[in-house]
Structure formats: structure tokens, C-alpha cells
Design a protein around this ligand. Structure first.
Ligand code: GLU
Length: 393
């Protein structure tokens, strides 16, 4: 009879994944579910990337690679980082570790950096897995609640107010999942300067950086006074519509990169060889990539605007206007009076309106729900009409 080990006794399943699994199961059972649960671009991986991967398979990319990833890919990642980082200590391939998705890179970072007795600041709401990864590392989560009036962004002062002598690190994510908020360069600089002064590790998850609707989003590399305590995490999943290829990476000081490579060598080994070659094409065939990303972002922008226009038909509906990523954060009806109003609303939407969304409790804000608009436009619009109807019901 199975009883969970102490390692995972407190672990909760991922709500973002669970919602999609449930939507998939209901679809298989014949229901016409509109799945706005997991954040996954509905686009196919651009053709130039697929072709590069096919060629790589034929050229023999079918074996183990270096644990930390193939050198040309790590060089391409370092070169991209150096477009932001202007310090004299140029980013090198030796500071890059390629993994099986930015989720693994985030886990590697938390596991390698944090431990028992450490406190880790997490601006809240944040992506559900940050909380679990920090807890799996035996460190203590310190949720720093943002202000909904400014898209739930936190300031350096708010972080400082939650810090103690045990604070060891900070999770950053701009553009943010689940709110779509984007920190300005000045906001990010203030946070990174505080972290540098205090000696905190910063794990900056920049997976949505290329999905923005206004000015480009700043990277931590653009504004951090130092790279000594900085880990930048990114990957190809979202911007290049490559979720299934599972390629992410960290850029960190070399000793930490070495430790994460060792960790990976005992857990997953190298990321899939063919996927690394696909990612290499994504990062190096710049002209093709820029066209593909611009086209996808333009479509996300259209969906965002259409969705918000429909939601605004009911003036009671409070929705954050995202500047990046592809999520709408909506305050659930009954928020403030009904316990876990987001889960109540998400359940109602799934069971009565056939729309799958993620309850805000997954992001430690139970009054809200997260809706992904990385789905076909007519589906997004239909789902919004159903949300408006359900809101008034
Ligand atoms: N990161 C996406 C999301 O938040 C994909 C699912 C997951 O890995 O959590 O929906």
C-alpha cells in the first residue's frame, strides 16, 4: 500500500496541468469544452524549426549529448544574453545549462540554491509551481501579495518589508503568469538592486519576455547591477510555440551551472538531442523567428482586445489588462464574500458552461480565475460570452 514519502507528503498536483487533463478527459467523453486552462500556444511550431529538427534527426541527433546541452545552443543562448547584459563579465556558454523545459530549470535552480531554514520571497500571485518547487527544496515560501490596482506587481519596498535574516532568494517573473503584468525597467532595477544589496539570489523567469503588446519587456540582464547572484531562466516553449519539445535553460554563475549540471546528470541527463537542435534553429535563424513571433504576438493581441471588449459588456467584471504573456486575470463573482470564489466560479464554468479556466487559489489568490487566451480567436470570444453569462447567473 502506497504512502507518500516525507519528500512529497505536502505536494499538491499542478492545478494548471490538472485543469487541462480534466478538459481533455471531458472532451474525450464527448463534451465540447473550450480549454482556456493551461497556457499553451495553439499555433504549430514554425516550419523552419520543424525542418531543422527533421534534418538534425537524419544527421544523427539521436544520441546522448553533453549533460548541460550542445555547445552551439549554449553559445547562442549566451550570445542572446549578451545583447542585454553590458557588463565586462560577458556571458559565456559555460554559464548556460540546457534542460528539459524551463520548469526543470526553475526546479534545478531552487533545489541547488535553497534549503531548510531559508526563506524565499515569491511575489503573489505567481505561477503555481514556484510555491511547490521552493517547498520541495525544504525552504519556506514567503508570499508577498501584490496590489491588484497595479496588476499585482510588487515593489522593492514591499519585498524589503517581508525580508528577514533568513531570506535567501526571490522568484521574479515578468511578464507574469498569471497576471500578464510587465515590470518596467525601473521597477525591475529597483528590485534587483535591493536583492544585490542584500545578497539574495534572484531567479528571474523570463519565459514570456517576447510575448508583449507594447514596449519590449526588460530582462534582468538589462538592469541588474551584478550577475553574481542572478539566475535567468528562459526557454523556447511559449514564444516559439514549442511546448512539447521541452527545452529550457538557466544562465547563472559558472559554479552554480556546474552544480545544476551534476544534479541533472543524476535525474534527467541531457534534454532530447533533436529538441536541442530545434531550439538552436529557433535562436539562430533570427529573421524567420522574428517574423513568426511577431505574427503570433499580433494574434494574441487581437484575442486579448476582443476578449476584454466582451468582458467589459458587464461593468461588474473586474479584469486585469495584460501587457504581456497570454492570460486574463478575472475577479470571480462573490469575491470577498464567498470562500474560494475562484474555485466556485471555475467549477461553475466547467460544469455548466463548458469552459475550462484555472482557479486563482493555484496562484494563492483564491478570489480570482486565470483564463488563457492562447486559443483560437472564435473559441476565446465564445468563452468570454459564456463567462459574461455565467458571471450574471
Ligand atoms: N506554464 C503553463 C501554465 O501555467 C503550462 C502548464 C504548466 O506547466 O503549469 O499554464
Amino acid at each position: 500500500m502506497f504512502s507518500p514519502s516525507a519528500n512529497i507528503a505536502q505536494l499538491r498536483e499542478s492545478a494548471t496541468i490538472a485543469v487541462s487533463q480534466r478538459a481533455r478527459a471531458l472532451k474525450a467523453a464527448g463534451r465540447h469544452i473550450i480549454d482556456l486552462g493551461a497556457g499553451e500556444p495553439d499555433f504549430d511550431t514554425p516550419e523552419f524549426i520543424r525542418v531543422a529538427a527533421q534534418r538534425a534527426i537524419d544527421a544523427g541527433a539521436t544520441r546522448y549529448t553533453a549533460m548541460e546541452g550542445i555547445l552551439p545552443l549554449r553559445e547562442a543562448i549566451a550570445a542572446e544574453a549578451n545583447e542585454s547584459w553590458t557588463g565586462t563579465d560577458r556571458v559565456t556558454a559555460g554559464e548556460v545549462v540546457v534542460s528539459t523545459g524551463s520548469k526543470q530549470s526553475l526546479f534545478n535552480s531552487c533545489f541547488a540554491l535553497f534549503g531548510s531554514g531559508d526563506e524565499v520571497l515569491i511575489p503573489t500571485p505567481s505561477w503555481t509551481s514556484y510555491y511547490e518547487m521552493v517547498a520541495l527544496s525544504k525552504a519556506t515560501v514567503v508570499a508577498v501579495m501584490g496590489d491588484p490596482a497595479v496588476g499585482f506587481k510588487v515593489t522593492a519596498a514591499m519585498l524589503a518589508a517581508h525580508a528577514t535574516a533568513r531570506t535567501r532568494g526571490l522568484m521574479l517573473n515578468s511578464p507574469s503568469n498569471p497576471t500578464g503584468s510587465v515590470y518596467s525597467a525601473d521597477e525591475l532595477r529597483a528590485v534587483l538592486t535591493l536583492a544585490a544589496e542584500r545578497g539574495w539570489w534572484v531567479i528571474s523567469d523570463e519565459i514570456y519576455r517576447r510575448i508583449v503588446y507594447g514596449a519590449p519587456a526588460a530582462s534582468a540582464f538589462d538592469v541588474s547591477p551584478t550577475r553574481d547572484n542572478l539566475v535567468v531562466v528562459n526557454g523556447v516553449a511559449k514564444a516559439y510555440a514549442m511546448t512539447g519539445w521541452r527545452i529550457g535553460w538557466t544562465i547563472s554563475p559558472a559554479p552554480l551551472a556546474k552544480a545544476m549540471t551534476a544534479l541533472q546528470s543524476h535525474t534527467t541527463s541531457n534534454a532530447a538531442a533533436v529538441s536541442q537542435h530545434a531550439a538552436l534553429a529557433a535562436l539562430t535563424m533570427r529573421a524567420e523567428a522574428d517574423v513568426a513571433i511577431a505574427s503570433m504576438v499580433a494574434q494574441f493581441a487581437k484575442r486579448r482586445d476582443a476578449a476584454i471588449a466582451i468582458l467589459h459588456q458587464d461593468p461588474r467584471i473586474e479584469v486585469l489588462r495584460p501587457d504581456g504573456a497570454f492570460y486574463l486575470y478575472i475577479r470571480a463573482p462573490g469575491a470577498g464574500t464567498v470562500a474560494d470564489a475562484g474555485t466556485v466560479f471555475a467549477t461553475q464554468l466547467l460544469e455548466k458552461a463548458d469552459v475550462a479556466v484555472v482557479p486563482g487559489s493555484a496562484f494563492l489568490t483564491p478570489d480570482w480565475v486565470r483564463v488563457s487566451y492562447a486559443a483560437e480567436q472564435s473559441q476565446v470570444e465564445e468563452a468570454m460570452r459564456r463567462i459574461v453569462t455565467a458571471y450574471g447567473a
